[in-house]
Each structure stands twice: as structure tokens, then as C-alpha cells.
Write a protein that binds this ligand. Structure first.
Ligand code: F6P
Length: 367
């Protein structure tokens, strides 16, 4: 029996996606493993996430050329070395209440003879995979989000590379911050969860870290900076998540656009914090939004390894007919969780255990 696996990447891109697609393809098509399996596979990539399955016209060869990519071991051989996603991505939501195209997706999957869809994404992309599963489509999920806020897994692809970018950029900033005796406020991604700011700030020795899970008080930030005055240190690095909020205020929005999943674009908190610091303390302050640099570049060793393990596990799940589930890492072991359980509850920083609300930083005691 031959089955057709379709792989797609949805939502924001990140390093590690190409590696996972490579390992889905390689393990599905492995000739040694094939001898032991009762099923053999063919693998295709769907271009541009769920948009590919909405837009493709199975009866039009040009449209199929545009949205369907034949994948084999030779094609994906070098993919794990590269960031981004060679398949392309989108934030298309086939179940959007304003424009529900889920029937079209189900029909296209049938017409194209696709047996299983492997979806790589965060809560939105996997939410679609779960809804399709409920409609009878066989789906398997692979976790990816630089925010690392997916519940049910200790790791999501892209996070480690992004933390490394934050650390490297802060290392660079320190020299100029020191030369000019300035405060630098660095804005990271992290819409709802502060993992990027917390881990990025902790590993680069930031003086203050502000996260969405704990509203901050601007006076306290200034007080902490004043406490340093007179000491040898003449500059400070502050890391702030894009979703962090000053007491009594909402998140800062970059613009008024909302995507098909109902998310606004966040941005601007670093500029606010830097401005307030100058106003309240007179310390010269600058801000930097790391933005999409955090999603760029080549995958770190950890992202390459996790991509490999997740990709292989996804194929094992197909063979075991574990559909409607997401591959996950729990306490160092690869396992899987029902996609239903990961929706509508993000994995947030546990402020009581992991954040120092006095110093606005990671904790210095784990007791
Ligand atoms: O995928 C989540 C994320 O990394 C968020 O932290 C951020 O708000 C968002 O992506 C921005 O993505 P884009 O600009 O591509 O819509």
C-alpha cells in the first residue's frame, strides 16, 4: 500500500522548518525502513501553508505546479542547513469566520489523493490541523514557534536560534552602549509569553527583563537604574518582550492590522520604555527592535537536532496511525500529545517560580 504525505509550514517562519521537512521526507522514503513497513510513502510539499491547500486547483496543472512540490531525498538533502522555509508560509486560516474555506481544503485533499497532512506550526496552524482531523482528515503536527509558548511540549522549533540571535545582538550592543554611557532597551518577539526575553536576557546578562506575564511599573524600572548610579557600570541593557505591558496599560500595537486568526501586530514598547527613562531619569537611552532578525539566519545545532527528531517522529506516528496528535518533547523524551490539548492554553513563564518581580529579572534562587 502506498500513502501520500503532504507537508506544509504555516505561520511565522523560523530556522528548523526545513530540517523537519527534510527528515519527514527522508524517513518516509528510507529504503531500509521501507522493507520493514507494511506501507510505503510518497511525499509532497504544499507551498505557502494552508493557503496552498485553499488555492490549489487540482484540475489545473499550472496551479499544481505552483502549490505542490515533489519531495525526495535528493531534493531535501541540504535543507537542514538553511533557515526560513523552502515551502513558503502564510497566516491563512481556512476556518476564518469571515471567510470559511474549510470545505475547499477537504475537497482538495481528497482530489489530490493526500492520505496524511503533516503540519508544522504554532497554535494557529495546529488549530487548523485539529479542526481538519475532526472532519476526518488524517493530520500530524510538529511544533514550531520562536515564542516557545506551545503547551504540551518543552520545545518548539526556532526558539533556540532566536535566543542565540538575541544574545549575539546584545553582545554587540554592549560595546556601543558602554562607549556612550547609554541605556539600551531591546525589544524581542513574544506576543503572550516572555520566554524569548527571559532566556535571551538571562543568557546575555541583561540588567532588567520585562515580560508579558508580569505588568511592570515604569517608576520601578527607573529606580532600578538609579540604584546603579555611582557604581562603575556606566550603561544598562534592558530586554522587553513585545507583549509586555506597563501597569494599567495594554500591549503596544505596531498598526491596526489583524490577521486571519485575529492577532494584531505588536511593537513599540521598547521605544516607550526608552522615552520614559530619559524623561524620568535624564539618562540617555536608545531602543532597538530585533524584530524578524530573530527568525532569520541558519538554525542552531539544537534546532537542527530537534528538527530531525521531530521529523522522524512524525513519520513514526503516521505508521502507528497516531493522528490528530502533535510530536512533542517532554523532559528530554520525544513523545506526542493530542492536538486538542494544546489549543487555547499557552505555555507561559511561571512568574512565581521563574521571575523576580522585585528586580525585574530571572530569579537568583530556585528555592
Ligand atoms: O509567531 C509568533 C511571532 O514570532 C510573534 O512573536 C510575533 O508577534 C509575530 O510572530 C510576528 O510575525 P509577522 O510579522 O510575521 O506576522
Amino acid at each position: 500500500m502506498k500513502q501520500k504525505i503532504a507537508v506544509l509550514t504555516g505561520g511565522g517562519d523560523c530556522p528548523g522548518l526545513n530540517g523537519a521537512v527534510k527528515w519527514v521526507t527522508k524517513s518516509a522514503l528510507d529504503s531500509k525502513l521501507a522493507e520493514k513497513r507494511s506501507v510505503s510513502f510518497e511525499v509532497i510539499g504544499i507551498a505557502e501553508g494552508w493557503r496552498g491547500l485553499v488555492e490549489v486547483d487540482p484540475d489545473d496543472p499550472k496551479s499544481c505546479d505552483r502549490y505542490l512540490k515533489h519531495l525526495d531525498q535528493e531534493i531535501v538533502r541540504t535543507w537542514d542547513r538553511y533557515g526560513g522555509t523552502n515551502l513558503g508560509t502564510s497566516r491563512t486560516n481556512p476556518f476564518s469566520p469571515k471567510n470559511d474555506r474549510s470545505d475547499k481544503v477537504v475537497e482538495n485533499i481528497k482530489k489530490l489523493g493526500i492520505d496524511v497532512v503533516v503540519a508544522l506550526g504554532g497554535e494557529d496552524t495546529l488549530g487548523v490541523a485539529y479542526k481538519l482531523h475532526k472532519l476526518g482528515v488524517k493530520t500530524v503536527g510538529i511544533p514550531k514557534t520562536i515564542d516557545n509558548d506551545l503547551t504540551g511540549t518543552d520545545y518548539s522549533l526556532g526558539f533556540d536560534t532566536a535566543v542565540n540571535v538575541i544574545m549575539e545582538e546584545i553582545d554587540r550592543l554592549r560595546t556601543t552602549a558602554g562607549s556612550h554611557s547609554r541605556i539600551f532597551v531591546v525589544e524581542t518577539m513574544g506576543r503572550h509569553a516572555g520566554w524569548l526575553a527571559l532566556h535571551g536576557g538571562e543568557c546575555s546578562g541583561a540588567y532588567i527583563i520585562l515580560i508579558p506575564e508580569h505588568m511592570f511599573d515604569m517608576d520601578r524600572v527607573c529606580e532600578l537604574l538609579q540604584e546603579r548610579k555611582g557604581r562603575e557600570i556606566n550603561y544598562s541593557i534592558i530586554v522587553v518582550s513585545e507583549g509586555a505591558k506597563p501597569s494599567g496599560q495594554h500591549e503596544f500595537l505596531r498598526d491596526s492590522k489583524v490577521d486571519e486568526f485575529g492577532h494584531s501586530s505588536l511593537g513599540g514598547i521598547a521605544s516607550f520604555v526608552a522615552g520614559e527613562i530619559e524623561k524620568q531619569t535624564g539618562f540617555e537611552s536608545r531602543h532597538l527592535i530585533l524584530s524578524h532578525l530573530q527568525r532569520g539566519g541558519t538554525p542552531s545545532a539544537r534546532d537542527r537536532l530537534m528538527a530531525r527528531w521531530f521529523g522522524i517522529a512524525a513519520v513514526d506516528m503516521i505508521i502507528n496511525e497516531d493522528f490528530g496528535r502533535m510530536v512533542s518533547l517532554v523532559r528530554g523524551e520525544i513523545t506526542s500529545v493530542p492536538m486538542k490539548e494544546i489549543l487555547h492554553k499557552l505555555k507561559l513563564v511561571d512568574v512565581a517560580k521563574q521571575y523576580d518581580t522585585e528586580r525585574y529579572n530571572g530569579r537568583r534562587s530556585i528555592m
